[in-house]
Design a protein around this ligand. Structure first.
Ligand code: URA
Length: 201
């Protein structure tokens, strides 16, 4: 059966290839890691960039940080297939270095296209690299776990602004081996069901 959302998401992937986005990253990468999960999800998680395992398997968050993310999802009654998971940068940066500002900028329009198709109610940013694009100038240590409603141009028509909730979360990899951050991230994660409930009213 045809799935127009799947087809539109596949077109974004094709466009990244034909437009030769970040050719240096592309050359070194095994896979272009677009995202996975439910393309009509109410909540989208956005990380930084694929790591080694993600590059090899072509799916975001499949390594240790991904295992932790899965556990936190299960803790709030969600499966990976209930949500959509992606990254701001879609190719693995060499040696897992931080994505460069130019790389984030190059991939940003494609992330926006993904979000326009999925149309989530909540965007949970994982780490500062994806947060800074939605909430510029804010500090994750100050605003983590605080849902922020922003006007977001979901539509391709310039005037059609919709609002979306941004939930800034720490990155699971940063929290993995830091007990305090880990506790904070788990606590912040546990606010998700209430945020979803409040949107259903
Ligand atoms: N870290 C990320 O930010 N994204 C992944 O896909 C994996 C690890």
């Amino acid at each position: 059966m045809s799935n127009p959302k799947k087809d539109s998401l596949a077109q974004i992937k094709a466009d990244i290839v034909t437009q030769n986005i970040c050719p240096d990253l592309a050359e070194a990468a095994t896979n272009l890691v677009m995202g996975c999960g439910n393309e009509s999800a109410d909540i989208v998680f956005i990380g930084e960039a694929p790591g080694k395992n993600e590059d090899l398997q072509g799916e975001p968050f499949v390594g240790t940080a991904g295992k932790f993310l899965n556990e936190m999802l299960a803790g709030v009654g969600l499966k990976r297939d209930d949500v959509y998971i992606t990254n701001i940068v879609k190719y693995r940066p060499p040696n897992n270095r931080d994505p460069l500002p130019a790389e984030k900028k190059a991939f940003w329009p494609f992330l926006i296209r993904q979000l326009r198709i999925i149309r989530p109610k909540i965007i949970a940013t994982l780490g500062r690299h994806s947060m800074e694009y939605f909430l510029p100038g804010r500090s994750i240590t100050v605003i983590h776990g605080q849902p922020k409603r922003i006007k977001f141009n979901h539509s391709s028509e310039q005037n059609s602004l919709e609002s979306v909730i941004i939930l800034p979360l720490y990155h699971p990899a940063a929290a993995l081996y830091n007990g305090d951050l880990r506790t904070t991230l788990i606590e912040d994660f546990q606010t998700i069901p209430n945020i979803i409930k409040s949107l259903e009213k």
